[in-house]
Design a protein around this ligand. Structure first.
Ligand SMILES: CC(C)(COP(=O)(O)OP(=O)(O)OC[C@H]1O[C@@H](n2cnc3c(N)ncnc32)[C@H](O)[C@@H]1OP(=O)(O)O)[C@@H](O)C(=O)NCCC(=O)NCCS
Length: 167
């Protein structure tokens, strides 16, 4: 399969919105769906494109995307805000490929550690981040032995917080 990894353009916002519910499997129901869409407004496809990526499949379908950036407050920190891989492509190394591309590009800009968060219910994201060398940042409580940051993004929005130190 011939695919193309490139930086997104503004038009990719619409493409990503169109697949979010399917790719997240409806996690969190209607409120989860609305929340995810709210977390990824068009501005990310306007102002964060040079540290974000989309994978186009032959035929033009969207295969995967990653939205990330370098912290304005601490230029030594990179942040991966969102990543999604088409269900048909999962466990084929696509997500890892996007992450490694981000690591390489932000390391060249002086980034030394990368942060990311995920919802406590998203165990595939936990497995993925752990496999890529992220560790969990201690939280204020624990659930199933995991450190949880309670109300991280507002009431009821608990999170797992990841960090990876780049070589
Ligand atoms: C999480 C996600 C991005 C992973 O993408 P992917 O392309 O399947 O990941 P990779 O193939 O690069 O996986 C690398 C390793 O991560 C681990 N991993 C990935 N998905 C996993 C899963 N569902 N269960 C267990 N381990 C998993 C495995 O160790 C895997 O290596 P292996 O396949 O050789 O065992 C993808 O499942 C996804 O898009 N999920 C829905 C959206 C989401 O939850 N995004 C993250 C929060 S913003």
């Amino acid at each position: 399969m011939i695919d193309t990894l490139r930086h997104p353009t503004e038009d990719d916002h619409t493409r990503v919105m169109a697949v979010m519910d399917e790719w997240w499997g409806g996690l969190g129901g209607e409120s989860g769906s609305v929340y995810r869409a709210t977390l990824l407004p068009r501005l990310y496809f306007q102002h964060f494109t040079d540290t974000s990526y989309v994978l186009d499949l032959s035929g033009g379908r969207l295969g995967a995307f990653l939205v990330g950036f370098v912290s304005q407050s601490d230029p030594g920190v990179g942040y991966i805000h969102f990543v999604g891989v088409s269900p048909a492509l999962r466990r084929t190394g696509v997500g890892g490929r996007l992450y490694r591309r981000f690591f390489t590009d932000v390391a060249a800009r002086g980034v030394r550690r990368v942060h990311s968060i995920t919802g406590v219910a998203n165990r595939q994201s936990l497995a993925f981040h752990t496999r890529l060398g992220f560790t969990l940042v201690p939280g204020d409580t624990s659930l199933d032995g995991l450190p949880v940051h309670t109300n991280y993004d507002g009431p009821g929005r608990d999170a797992l917080k990841f960090v990876k130190h780049l070589p």
